[in-house]
Design a binder for this molecule. Structure first.
Ligand code: SF4
Length: 192
């Protein structure tokens, strides 16, 4: 499994860079995770518009033998590919994933911060059909005054996204209730 961090350093040459990696490492890459680089340094932060411009053509024309999943992208930066959201897989299954991407000497839970970032929703999120299953909204808080960094509310049925994300169709309603309850518990400080 390979993880690729997307930042301002590579967003404009993502397609070519993945091609290069595939040529040299193709058989060794069983699964590629694209993860958004979160950073306090604004020059390294990629905006929502940059993500849309890079990811939608990349995923639409995916030509590699290995599958790709996404972590850390709001669903409205990948319209049509929301089901590739790996954070949603973990969160709906109740799995706590920790990583040390923020601080190399400390493993931190992804779940609590992701949910916390979805609190106090932006106006677009309040009317978005995916608001109960979309967690990764931190990008909008990193460059709040950038006109290219805005959410775009969706009218897509969240049930379709969950089924494409491999939720058993008979469990979809229960899954949505659990996601809402889990989010409320985190925001109330009852779960991390
Ligand atoms: S508008 Fe907000 S809730 Fe909807 S997909 Fe975008 S970030 Fe998620």
């Amino acid at each position: 499994m390979s993880t690729w961090l997307l930042s301002s350093f590579n967003i404009d040459r993502l397609d070519a860079a993945i091609d290069l990696a595939a040529r040299h490492l193709g058989p060794a890459i069983g699964l590629l995770t694209l993860k958004r680089c979160q950073d306090n340094e604004p020059s390294r932060v990629v905006t929502a518009t940059q993500l849309r411009d890079a990811l939608i053509p990349l995923l639409s024309g995916w030509r590699h033998s290995f599958p790709v999943i996404l972590r850390g992208f709001p669903m409205c930066t990948v319209p049509g590919f929301e089901h590739l959201d790996a954070d949603l897989v973990y969160i709906r299954q109740g799995v706590t994933v920790s990583d040390n991407f923020q601080r190399q000497d400390e493993f931190m839970s992804m779940y609590g911060p992701a949910v916390a970032a979805s609190a106090n929703p932006l106006p677009e999120c309040k009317i978005c059909s995916l608001r109960d299953i979309c967690y990764s909204r931190q990008v909008f808080r990193e460059k709040p005054n950038d006109p290219g960094n805005l959410p775009i509310s969706s009218s897509k049925d969240p049930r379709q996204v969950l089924v494409a994300n491999r939720t058993d169709p008979k469990d979809v309603e229960l899954t949505i209730s659990r996601l809402i309850a889990g989010k409320e518990a985190v925001l109330a400080g009852k779960q991390s």
